[in-house]
Design a protein around this ligand. Sequence first.
Ligand code: F6P
Length: 368
Amino acid sequence: MEPTTKRIAILTSGGDAPGLNAVIRSVVKTAILRHGWEVLGIRDGFEGLIGGRAVQQLGLADVSGMLPRGGSLLGCTNRGHLRDAAAGVESANPDALREVVAAIQTLRIDALIVVGGDGSHRIAAQLSRQGVPLIGVPKTIDNDLPGTEATFGFDSAVAFATDAIDRLHTTAETHGRVLVVEVMGRAAGWIALHAGIAGGADVILIPEIPYDLTRAAAHIEARGSEGKRFSIVVAAEGATPAGAVGDGRAGAGGIRSGVANRIADELQILTGHEARAVVLGHLQRGGAPTAADRLLATALGAAAVSAVAQGQFGRALALRAGRIQLIPIAEATGKPRLVPADNPFLEIARGLGITFAGPDESGTRPQI
Ligand code: F6P
């Protein structure tokens, strides 16, 4: 046992992701059982520190049974008082930031563990510069956080989306329809790419490859001439047509795009096949985390406690070359990590006859 006991606090911030409870459980168990520390849980992300009003002591009983539970027992928000700071406006929301710093001092918190995405890490970076001892833990189902190779929640989202695509296959085939499945991913197409390949999609539309629906339609028609009366299109919510300019309204807490409906309508006109749209939406963020996400979340929780024990503050955890490492927090606040043009799954997918309907693709399959 260490000579001094610490009081650490944990909060979950931004949109939820399967595995948040697994991180909280891992932090609480490791802090108490290994170090004998006290753990506070902050409710609703940084909001719980404004006024210092939403803070609870977390003991072993509080995290019992939480490993397989989706959501966060502490609550999350991506619309709080620190929203502008989360959006990257430097020195935004100064009063709210001051309140958070004051609450941390008043509550005598020795270290704060912030589990969140890019916006939460931006807030954490500002707090760190104001002297708050903290550690960032990456989280998003979108898998697009800079600095880390993977985030928990992604595997669960892909598993759910793949199951949905499997189910849609049978009804699409039975009715000879085009089924357009919209998955999450505003900036990056990781969920669409992975679930699309795992679910056997015919067309995958991702933000990184602006699409031309005439190419997707040609692909669907080519399938028809091979006797395939149905097609599955998986579209990331941030997929955009070539030449289009985003209206900047869609985003966390913002206006949803409704990409699938537009694509389904256009494909029906272009192909003459009946088309239907399915938006998986927040179903992808709910439910039990997969075993892989539980393992990653548990490892991150333990690593966060170990970073606190070593006094490694102002850093974020990241998965690099399959190992959890500490990186400067600024590296977790940059631009989203997009699917690179040389990602092997893009080529694998093309080899399987999947089209991304991009400018470099013929949109039809070679005749054999
Ligand atoms: O960042 C994760 C994410 O799931 C995005 O894919 C999605 O656009 C967004 O969160 C939705 O957030 P909310 O509906 O909670 O505002």
